[in-house]
Design a protein around this ligand. Structure first.
Ligand code: NAD
Length: 495
């Protein structure tokens, strides 16, 4: 038997043992086998990482690097990720149980995020502002913030880390990442590739460990200039108030309970596929899961039948196999959470049309059957709260006004899907739905070029696109008086 791998933090460009000497097991959720042991970080490790990032921020090798050269490093990093895509996809699939096919897809596009921000690096600049006098030159400068803390979840570790890392580096910041305790491996590997790409040591640091032990000290560290977080709304709320109390900015990408709406003028076959993609892809473990399905009453039965039939035929099993369609939940508590939500739904009066059982898929892991709940309404907890698993609640509606009200009656506002062949309705719905991303006749589409923002309890701030650069820079306004004449009245404000 080969010896179990023991992973360390990555601080100052090097693997660094945890100050406590402690490690914890990382489990393959498909089989319950221990994959490796990760370093159990604490406040002392976070302090060392923030110190390293602070030094790197002031290091002329990083601080004085031209923006064009910064872009070149990002491009090189994108290339390296592309060269290691298969290794990273496999590692990520083993760690969180998502389909290898899905992770290969994510890894195939991941370099594009770095290329996008590589191209943007030398286009970050301020402006000259018209002043009231020709003797005044007023211009703005966009500066990096300093040390950015990035805290990420387990469902798409590299993609969600990249959404923060690429723009943060593009702007000239340095970063301390605290990945999810369920998926430490690939983010550590990414940090090695950062060094291989030529970034100076300390520009990117990774401390692994548990939320309260390693995440909280990062959020509370006085050396941090900003915190960027993706995860649950409950943790996000805590982070937002800690950041606000210290007057540092926070970007928060949080939970969702997204509506996926099928009108009677839609191509029902395509819509059914879109509903399946929205909730059963990635075993429902995506923030944008279309977990509330609203079907127009005229096509409700047909849609239900198609979705239920497809759900019943989904191949549940080993995520590494090419023909598997649904892998496990990422860890045991997550599977238990899904099971207890379905039980709660039953007790609230929901009917389980298909699924509704935990299984080990013959592999020993934490699987749950693709599940469709009917006889549900918008007041039930199972329809209001994020389950983060393969559980769709399907409800009929009669009118556009009614479905807009139902879709918007949620604490969340991350995404929404609309299936219609009516162009006017598509635009109308895009305007009326209270969510940061609207998909019409598609679902789960994402690009580094397209900004996304969570409305309501789904978050604060923007990720992706040029818009996110505001989150990682600060704006300085410089006034230069070129008038060498006598100073005017000191008691009057100047412009
Ligand atoms: P989580 O909030 O439990 O954990 C996320 C990260 O925060 C982990 O690294 C965890 O260790 C850390 N953490 C936990 N407690 C902390 C604390 N007190 N201080 C600092 N850090 C702490 O979320 P999760 O279960 O890992 O992820 C699932 C959630 O993420 C879902 O709600 C999902 O919708 C959301 N999500 C959102 C997006 C988005 O872009 N909006 C994308 C993916 C996932």
């Amino acid at each position: 038997m080969s010896e179990l791998r023991t992973l360390q933090h990555f601080i100052g460009g090097e693997p660094t043992a945890p100050s406590s000497g402690e490690h914890f097991d990382s489990i393959n959720p498909a089989t319950r086998e221990v994959l490796y042991r990760a370093a159990r970080g604490n406040a002392a490790d976070i302090d060392a990482a923030v110190h390293s990032a602070t030094e790197a921020f002031g290091d002329p090798r990083w601080r004085d690097l031209s923006q064009t050269r910064r872009g070149r490093l990002l491009r090189r990093l994108g290339d390296l990720i592309g060269e290691h895509a298969e290794e990273l996809a496999r590692s990520e699939s083993l760690d969180n149980g998502k389909l290898l096919r899905e992770m290969r897809g994510q890894l195939a596009t991941l370099p594009e995020y770095y290329y996008y921000y590589a191209g943007l690096a030398d286009k970050i600049h301020g402006e000259v502002i018209p002043a009231s006098s020709r003797q005044i030159l007023n211009y703005t400068v966009r500066e990096p913030l300093g040390v950015v803390g990035a805290i990420t979840p387990w469902n798409s570790p590299l993609t969600l880390t990249t959404s923060k890392l690429a723009p943060a580096l593009c702007a000239g910041n340095t970063v301390v990442v605290k990945p999810s305790e369920y998926t430490s491996a690939t983010v550590l590997r990414l940090a090695e590739l950062v060094i291989e790409a030529g970034f100076p040591p300390g520009v990117v640091n990774v401390v692994t460990g548990l939320g309260p032990e390693a995440g909280q000290p990062l959020v509370d560290h006085p050396g941090l200039a900003k915190i960027s977080f993706t995860g649950s709304t409950a943790t996000g709320a805590r982070i937002a108030s800690a950041a606000a109390a210290r007057f540092i900015g926070s970007t928060l990408e949080l939970g969702g309970k997204s509506p996926n709406i099928v009108f009677d003028d839609a191509d029902v076959s395509n819509a059914a596929t879109g509903v399946v993609a929205g909730i059963f892809a990635a075993a429902g473990q995506t923030c944008i899961a279309g977990s509330r399905v609203f079907a127009h009453r005229a096509i409700y039965d047909e849609l239900l039948e198609r979705v239920a039939e497809r759900a019943r035929s989904i191949r549940v099993g080993d995520p590494l196999l090419d023909d598997t369609e649904l892998g496990p939940l990422a860890f045991e508590d997550q599977r238990n959470k899904v099971a207890s939500y379905v039980d709660l739904g039953r007790s609230e009066g929901a009917r389980v049309l298909t699924g509704g059982n935990a299984t080990d898929a013959g592999l020993g892991g934490f699987f749950y059957e693709p599940t469709v709940l009917v006889d549900v309404n918008n007041q039930m907890r199972v329809v209001r709260e994020e389950i983060f698993g393969p559980v769709a609640a399907i409800m009929p509606f009669d009118t556009e006004d009614e479905v807009v009200a139902l879709a918007n009656d949620t604490e969340y506002g991350l995404a929404a899907g609309v299936w219609t062949s009516n162009l006017a309705r598509a635009h109308r719905m895009a305007g009326r739905l209270d969510a940061g991303t609207i998909w019409v006749n598609t679902y789960r589409a994402m690009s580094p070029m397209s900004p996304r923002e969570g409305f309501k309890n789904s978050g604060i701030g923007v990720e992706h696109g040029t818009e996110t650069m505001r989150e990682y820079t600060r704006l300085k306004s410089v006034w230069i008086n070129t008038d060498e004449g006598p100073v005017p009245d000191p008691f009057v404000m100047r412009s």
